[in-house]
Structures are given as structure tokens and as C-alpha cells.
Design a protein around this ligand. Structure first.
Ligand SMILES: Nc1ncnc2c1ncn2[C@@H]1O[C@H](COP(=O)(O)OP(=O)(O)OP(=O)(O)O)[C@@H](O)[C@H]1O
Length: 505
């Protein structure tokens, strides 16, 4: 029975409640109110007001009111479907293509999670005949796009011929999550079929591939930037994302179309420098998975940066901060041992012949010659530290990254970059007396070169950087380093997929 109780007199309510109260099962021990208490409660002006509001609201119809179907259906229009879509302010979430031989406008793609997909009424291959009562016959592509994207189109009506062949068993993406190894912007891509639906990305971004049933363009969602993205709460926000001003946060989690591998390669070749492949051997997408820190994998920390930026200083501080946890790598040298030097502590001393053989065997992650003597870091020297349960800290040359970024080492690569020129000068000038003593006094030209080299490193190796530190104030930079390491120790991080597979075997 529905009663409009706001219109009942207290006496009538009491009468109704009295009937109700007699049906209550008092044997359950449930707390009951007396009729008098309930009457007092329900005749309270505030409760009365609430009931009045409720009665007012339920007396209205709030269903979406879509416009009447404006089309006259012909008898032979049996296969035609009329679709009304309430899309609000969001885009339609579908792309169209033109069949130039027939002039047909066909739904080319449905964007995952968009208004069109959620409606369940539009499918890939549907042929559009009319939009909002306007026939698409002889319409130019630009005119159709305008009709579809008109801002006032909060609801949109289609007359369409449904696709005859619904594609079954769509191929699943072989790469589910990827790290982007290059920068991609729709501005530099003249071949994109639907620029409005394109998704720009930067090297180091993590994408989730959602739909890969098109040979040339995948639907992808951008999860964020850097190896810790999508894993953190606000407190744990990565320094990489904070500093990445060029990234528009609004595109995070937006689904868009990105070129497939072969298309990107072609684009890189055609456009030469605009779409910059890091090197011809680099794949544009690297398959990644989450590495759980609870696996307690020892991951060497590699500091990359332009010479003089402060990698040695940060490494020294880190090892001093926790010498039982972190260790440097003892290098090999062919020079003769000096009296105070201890083999295996200051250097591993080896003959030139031996070292040349190891170089040929590719066992050095980096090596060089100075004053006629060979110096180098043997991969085994890193493994030796890891076997002792310590975390190796290296300030390696960027060229060593290909040898180091392997499933054997699973390193955390941190880019140490200089601050802006003014801060760089200010911070180093304060230390100039000490720098003069160590023979590392900087000139203005050195500062400018350091910034240029950092930009170059970012351009060529940015896709390998898991996180970054700006070394302006040294104490602050060291705090950043500790914070980054803590995050990698406590949160899952994106690593190349084969690192996970091999570690499970
Ligand atoms: N933030 C800083 N403020 C002031 N001085 C700094 C800062 N960071 C490093 N330095 C000083 O700059 C000098 C060069 O630093 P460091 O040797 O660590 O650089 P590097 O990146 O290891 O380069 P290289 O490989 O050429 O030695 C050192 O004397 C160091 O103490």
C-alpha cells in the first residue's frame, strides 16, 4: 500500500502505525518503538519536510527523454537500425571511414569504454545513412565529422545499416603493457586515420594495449610515465611524473589510437627525425610487466648523467649512508699495483693480455684506456657483489646500459640531471673552493655543456630511465635518491617482460 503520508493527519498516521506495531514480532527481542514515540518522530517538522520532498520527487518521471524518432521508415528499410545515443559532453568514441568506391560512411572503430561502446548499439562495420536526420549521401568527410562532433549534440541519432559480419574471436594483443621507446605526436603523423582519436606519448610512458584487431593502429590507454607509474598513491608520486611538464595529465587513462610497430617504424623512416627512433635496433614498444618488490630481487642502482653532474658524489653518499647494504664495484686494471693498493679492494689487478681477451669475449660492461693502461668493470665483479647480498651502485657510462639492462642484473636506472643554468651556477659556485682543491672547478662553458649533454642523454637514452633526480642542492638530491630507492623497494615497478619470465623459471 502506498500512502502519501505528508498529507495524513497525525491521528491517521498513529492509526496506521498502531496497526503496524501489532504485527511486530516481539519474541525476537528487536527494539521496538511505542506508537506514541513513532508518532512524535513522524510528526516532527523536519521528518515531515523529508517526507514531503520524497513525495514530490517520486511523483516525477526522470527517465531520459529522447526525441521522437524523426525518420519515416520505408517498407524496404527492414535492415536499417535507428539509434539514439545520449553522449553528453564526451566524444562519441568511434571513428568512421569512407569507402570511396561506394561513398559509404562506415564505423571503422569503437573506442573501448567510450559512449558508443557503452551504448552497445553501434558496431564496427555499421554503415551510417543519416546523422540527426541529415542524410550523409554525397557528404564530404569533413562535413560528416562536423555533424558528428557538433558540441550541441548531447544526444545524437543515427540511421544505420548494421554490419553484416560481426568479427568473432578478435585477436588479443600480444603486448599487453608496453614502455614507449620513442616520442610520438600526432602533429608529426600525416598517416593517422583519425587524428582526433590519436594518443600522443613520450619515451618512458607506460601504455596498456586494449584492442589490437587492426593491423595498423591499436587502442591504448596511457597509464603514466616512468617505471613506478600506476603503482603509487598520491604520497608516493614519482619524481619523474612531477618533473615531466610536457606530459598532459589529462591524457592519463584516456583511450586513443596509437600506431602499431611496423607503422611506427615506417613513420620513423619517412619522417626521419620527427619521430625519433632511439636507434635503428630499438623496438618502438617494449613489453613490460610488474615486478613485485616482495621477491627481494637485488637490483643494482645505476646513476647515469653528464660528466660532472654529481653521480660520484651521490654514489659516495649512498654507500656511506648504509655501507652494509650498498657497495661499489671494484674495477680491473692492467697497471701495476702501487704499494698501498690491495688486490680486490682498490682494483683487481690483471695482465694486459688477460684484459684484452676479456674485452674480446665481451665480458666488460665498460672499459677504457688511460695513460697506456686498461681499466674496466667486469660483469662478474657486479655479480660478486650481488652474491654477497649487497646492492651494487654504479655510475656507469651510458654506452654500458645495453650490457647492464639485462635479466641478470635487472638494474634500476636513475638519470641524474643538472638543474637550470642559474641554479647550477649558484650551487656549484658555493662549493667552488672545495671544487678547486679537487681540480673540478667549473667554467660557464662547462655548465652549458653539462646541460646540453643531459638533453642529449635524455634524447638518446630517456626510454631506459626508471626515474630521475635533479641535482641542484646536493642534500635535496640525495634525499630524492633515497626516496626513489625506497619506492622501488616497496612498490611494484614496470620491467621488461622477459625479466619476469626468466626469474620465474
Ligand atoms: N649539487 C651539487 N652542488 C655542489 N657541488 C656538487 C654538487 N654535486 C656534485 N658536486 C661537486 O661537483 C664535482 C663533480 O661531481 P662528481 O665527481 O660527483 O660528478 P660525476 O657526475 O661523477 O662526474 P665525473 O664522472 O666527471 O666525476 C664534485 O666535486 C662534487 O662534489
Amino acid at each position: 500500500m502506498n500512502l502519501n503520508i505528508s498529507k495524513l493527519s497525525p491521528k491517521k498516521i498513529k492509526g496506521n502505525l498502531h496497526d503496524l506495531s501489532t504485527t511486530w514480532d516481539k519474541s525476537t527481542g528487536a527494539k521496538t518503538f511505542s506508537s506514541q514515540q513513532l508518532t512524535n518522530l513522524l510528526t516532527n517538522p523536519i521528518i515531515q519536510g523529508l517526507f514531503a520532498a520524497y513525495d514530490e520527487i517520486v511523483s516525477h518521471e526522470f527517465d531520459d527523454t529522447l526525441p521522437e524518432i524523426p525518420f519515416e521508415l520505408d517498407d524496404d528499410d527492414i535492415a536499417v537500425r535507428i539509434v539514439h545515443l545520449v553522449k553528453g559532453n564526451e566524444p562519441l568514441g568511434a571513428t568512421i571511414k569512407f569507402d570511396h568506391s561506394t561513398g559509404a560512411v562506415v564505423i571503422a572503430r569503437i573506442i573501448a569504454g567510450g559512449a558508443a561502446e557503452r551504448s552497445g548499439c553501434i558496431e564496427v562495420g555499421d554503415q551510417l545513412l543519416e546523422v540527426n536526420g541529415v542524410s550523409l549521401l554525397h557528404k564530404q568527410p569533413a562535413e560528416v565529422v562536423q555533424l558528428l562532433s557538433a558540441p550541441e549534440n548531447e544526444t545524437i541519432s543515427f540511421k544505420l545499416i548494421p554490419a553484416k559480419h560481426v568479427v568473432e574471436n578478435k585477436p588479443q594483443p600480444t603486448l599487453h603493457y608496453v614502455r614507449c621507446m620513442l616520442d610520438y605526436s600526432i602533429k608529426n603523423d600525416p598517416m593517422h586515420p583519425c587524428p582526433e582519436a590519436a594518443l600522443d606519448f613520450k619515451k618512458g610512458d607506460i601504455l596498456e594495449f586494449l584492442v589490437c584487431d587492426d593491423p595498423n593502429f591499436f587502442q591504448a590507454k596511457r597509464l603514466g610515465h616512468g617505471s613506478l607509474c600506476d603503482m603509487r598513491n598520491d604520497e608516493n608520486e614519482s619524481s619523474l611524473d612531477k618533473d615531466e611538464e610536457t606530459i598532459n595529465e589529462s591524457v592519463i587513462n584516456r583511450v586513443g589510437l596509437v600506431p602499431c610497430v611496423s607503422f611506427l617504424r615506417k613513420l620513423a623512416t619517412d619522417m626521419n627525425s620527427d619521430i625519433n627512433m632511439a636507434s635503428s635496433s630499438t623496438e618502438p614498444y617494449e613489453a613490460v610487466e610488474k615486478l613485485d618488490p616482495s621477491n627481494n630481487v637485488i637490483r643494482p642502482i645505476i646513476l647515469i648523467g653528464p660528466p660532472g653532474v654529481g653521480r660520484n658524489e651521490l654514489k659516495r653518499r649512498l654507500i656511506m649512508y648504509h655501507p652494509k647494504k650498498y657497495a661499489t664495484i671494484v674495477p680491473h686494471t692492467s697497471r701495476t699495483r702501487r704499494p698501498h693498493e690491495r688486490d680486490g679492494i682498490d682494483y683487481y689487478f690483471a695482465s694486459r693480455n688477460e684484459m684484452e681477451k676479456w674485452i674480446r669475449e665481451g665480458r666488460f660492461v665498460e672499459f677504457g684506456e688511460y695513460n697506456g693502461n686498461l681499466y674496466g668493470t667486469l660483469d662478474e665483479a657486479i655479480s660478486t657483489v650481488m652474491e654477497k647480498g649487497k646492492i651494487p651502485v654504479l655510475n656507469a657510462h651510458q654506452l654500458a646500459l645495453t650490457m647492464l639492462r639485462t635479466t641478470t642484473f635487472k638494474p634500476i636506472i636513475i638519470f641524474v640531471e643538472p638543474p637550470d643554468l642559474m641554479t647550477l651556477k649558484e650551487t656549484r659556485v658555493k662549493m667552488q673552493a672545495r671544487l678547486a682543491l679537487s681540480g673540478k672547478e667549473f667554467t660557464d662553458a662547462d655548465f652549458e655543456k653539462m646541460i646540453q649533454q643531459a638533453e642529449q642523454l635524455q634524447k638518446c637514452y630517456g626510454h631506459f630511465f626508471d626515474d630521475r633526480i635533479t641535482n641542484g642542492n646536493l642534500d635535496e638530491a640525495f634525499k630524492q635518491l633515497l626516496m626513489i630507492i625506497k619506492k622501488f623497494e616497496s612498490l611494484p615497478s614496470w620491467v621488461p617482460k622477459d625479466w619476469i619470465e626468466k626469474s620465474v623459471e
